[in-house]
Design a protein around this ligand. Structure first.
Ligand code: ATP
Length: 418
């Protein structure tokens, strides 16, 4: 069995590593058999070198023709990589045996920002056949994808456009996409965004992807595909993937947070969330012992999620999930664990007729117009909260690839965004 890992072949201008891998698999099928589903592996979402979603691909081929495998793989990489992209640094690894150490490398690539030398050390140590181009950074993703393990996994079906259509607007019948969602949700998710009335499963860039259907099981992806009407696609591939699993999230505590990693942190809302220009919302979250705090953000693209964040008040006990950049946690989801009591000063209620009393004039207290009862001043009343306890998430249009959608957490108290 031969395992192949590939990464960093595309650029903002076009192409796509998953497409390159799809073509590579088709070509390699002439000299062997692709074993199982290929892996679409997302790595640390905080990595600044990524083009889009920091994806890498690995797959296994059953063949005894190792030299031909390398030749076909390399030829395809040379043909379908955009070497002109400033951030394109292709990496390809072909191995007869995947060293056990790669599963640890995968975990680190999910969590940390690694140096190419670390990938090269492993390649040298195990004598792996590899080809790295330009600054060779793609070797990191290629190795990590080969080492990926899936204690939890989901699936994504990617349909690819005919090359003659690349760069033109995608022809997709939106109504059929809504119908596909209706038929297959919650077996599939993030095809459409109900709240924001948007189809979200197709990119708008010039790359070869027509659309991607994400879900719990390949059978749901196929029924969704059969419902969707679109321009003809050249090919489609179903990948197993670590998307939608929260595998990037580390449970930790506020004082131990490190830049460019993703966390689940528990704390108490310290101040009312405040908006800045552009509609981004921020609030400080304090550790339960009150000794440390971190800034949390719900940025404008998280749309209606910000309304929920705006409902938080000082004293609410919450857990936030998200990536830490510039020492600010970008919330992907949150659990409201305990709501603080929210109070406000109100005019008192008349003890006789139970109606709200009216001001009797400046500094003259309150009076019931009917019963003539009087009261000295305003009273403190508990205001009902809009937000409830349980889990809340950003809408599909703002979802991070690795974030576990709440619909996959049905054993918890969830408020899925759909
Ligand atoms: P696309 O989604 O279109 O495939 P992308 O967002 O996956 O693009 P890449 O072109 O793959 O972006 O670029 C990501 C680069 O970062 C690759 O070279 C990859 O090897 C590297 N990389 C991935 N994870 C890490 C990490 N943890 N530390 C350092 N480099 C990383």
């Amino acid at each position: 069995m031969i395992t192949i890992g590939v990464d960093d072949t595309d650029s903002e201008k076009g192409l796509c590593t998953t497409y390159l891998a799809a073509v590579m698999m088709e070509r390699l099928e002439r000299i062997g058999e692709i074993k199982g589903l290929p892996s679409l592996v997302r790595l640390n979402p905080c990595v600044q070198f990524k083009t889009r979603g920091n994806a890498a691909i690995a797959f296994s081929l059953d063949t005894d023709r190792l030299e031909e495998t390398k030749e076909v793989a390399l030829k395809t990489l040379m043909e379908l990589s955009d070497f002109s992209g400033p951030k394109t640094n292709p990496g390809l690894v072909v191995a007869e045996e995947v060293p056990a150490e790669l599963s640890c490398f995968y975990r680190r690539a999910l969590d940390e920002v690694l140096d190419v030398s670390e990938a090269e050390e492993i390649i040298d140590k195990y004598g792996l056949w590899s080809r790295g181009f330009k600054n060779r950074r793609g070797l990191i993703g290629a190795l990590a994808a080969m080492g990926a393990e899936f204690p939890d996994k989901t699936f994504e079906l990617l349909a690819y456009r005919e090359p003659k259509r690349w760069g033109t607007p995608r022809e997709i019948d939106e109504e059929s996409v809504w119908r596909a969602d209706e038929l297959t949700y919650p077996g599939t998710w993030d095809t459409v965004d109900h709240h924001n009335r948007k189809v979200v499963f197709a990119p708008h860039s010039k790359d070869p992807v027509l659309f991607g259907i994400r879900g719990e099981d390949p059978k749901f992806l196929i029924s969704s595909l059969e419902t969707i009407r679109s321009e003809p696609f050249e090919r489609m591939v179903i990948y197993k993937t670590n998307q939608g699993t929260d595998v990037h999230i580390n449970r930790s505590v506020i004082p131990e947070v490190v830049e460019n990693r993703s966390y689940r942190l528990r704390g108490v809302v310290k101040k009312e969330p405040e908006a800045i220009e552009g509609g981004h919302l921020f609030f400080p979250l304090q550790s339960e012992d009150g000794k440390s705090s971190i800034k949390c953000a719900a940025f404008e693209p998280t749309k209606n999620f910000r309304d929920l964040v705006r409902d938080l008040v000082p004293g609410d006990l919450i857990e936030v999930y998200g990536a830490v950049k510039k020492m600010t946690l970008n919330i992907e989801k949150m659990e409201v664990v305990r709501l603080a009591e929210r109070t406000a000063l109100e005019a008192p209620i008349c003890p006789s007729c139970k109606r709200r009393m009216k001001s009797a004039g400046r500094d003259q207290g309150y009076r019931c117009r009917r019963c003539k009862t009087i009261a000295e001043g305003k009273v403190t009343a508990v205001v009902p909260r809009e937000i409830d306890t349980g889990f809340y998430e950003v809408p599909p249009c703002a979802r991070r690839h690795l974030s576990k959608p709440l619909i996959r957490m049905r054993d918890r108290k969830i408020h899925p965004s759909r």
